[in-house]
Design a protein around this ligand. Structure first.
Ligand code: ADP
Length: 247
């Protein structure tokens, strides 16, 4: 990859469910080293786009490349290994495991998860504790995930993503259902991780957060981008207003 290689790029990506064209010919470029946002009305295909990119579902056609390498249709663990980590819209943690167990399973493949949840590797435990401290929930290490607040579960999920040391982090609605104090904490984490070189691609409905956090915004409508640019440019584009108002 050269300095001008985009972080993530799709060309004419398509995915339908029955007759619904969820992603409908999306050609999008996200900038390396930046905080990118993907916004758009409900049902515009953002989550399906994330799922196609991260290998959770296979696109019907089109291509996805990461730092110049083709990753189209590859399995999720291979895409993770290539350097892309992601969180989910409806936070994914294991409710009956402790916070620490969640951290330790975050980096393992599904089949081995449970038996490997208690690591004896002191370095791994240290790393997990360091990341829990970074997101501010180290005091909850021994709590069951189901007993901590939803916002804290989101922070746990993010810390788990960081366990894989991804270069690029895709967040699906990080602020959804989270109280304002925790939204600030998540925003500050994104800023500091970005300052350390991590690229972000964030789907988020909280416009104030999107506009304050992002360098580059892509707006989806009906499964494809209709506008992109800086927050200022996107905010004043009439097509964006139209898409949100459903005109
Ligand atoms: P967004 O994340 O922007 O809200 P989605 O990607 O969730 O949009 O959905 C885009 C469209 O695809 C919607 O019309 C949704 O109902 C449809 N869709 C998404 N996933 C499925 C699925 N698994 N089966 C059928 N339809 C789906």
């Amino acid at each position: 990859a050269t300095p001008t290689t985009p972080n993530l790029a799709t060309v004419d990506l398509k995915k339908s469910f029955g007759g619904v064209h969820a992603v409908d010919g999306a050609s999008v470029t996200f900038h390396h080293g930046k905080v990118n946002a993907l916004i758009g009305p409900n049902g515009s295909g953002k989550t399906t786009f994330f799922n196609c990119v991260t290998g959770m579902i296979k696109p019907d056609s089109g291509s996805v490349s990461y730092l110049g390498s083709d990753i189209t249709g590859k399995a999720p663990h291979r895409i993770a290994r290539a350097g892309i980590g992601r969180s989910f819209q409806l936070c994914r943690v294991f409710p009956r495991m402790t916070v620490m167990e969640n951290m330790l399973v975050a980096v393992r493949s599904t089949s081995l998860r449970r038996q490997l949840a208690s690591s004896r590797d002191p370095e791994e435990l240290d790393r997990a504790r360091g990341l829990l401290a970074r997101v501010g929930i180290e005091h909850l290490e021994h709590s069951l995930a189901r007993d901590i607040s939803y916002g804290q579960q989101k922070l746990l999920e993010l810390a788990g993503v960081l366990m894989g040391d991804p270069d690029t982090i895709m967040l699906d609605e990080p602020a959804g259902g989270v109280n304002p104090a925790l939204i600030d904490r998540i925003a500050n984490l994104v800023r500091s991780l970005n300052a350390e070189g991590k690229t972000f691609i964030v789907v988020e409905h909280n416009m104030e957060l999107v506009m304050s956090l992002s360098d580059h915004v892509v707006v989806f409508d009906r499964g494809r981008p209709i506008c992109e640019g800086t927050p200022t440019v996107v905010q004043s584009d009439p097509r964006v207003l139209e898409a949100y108002l459903g005109i």
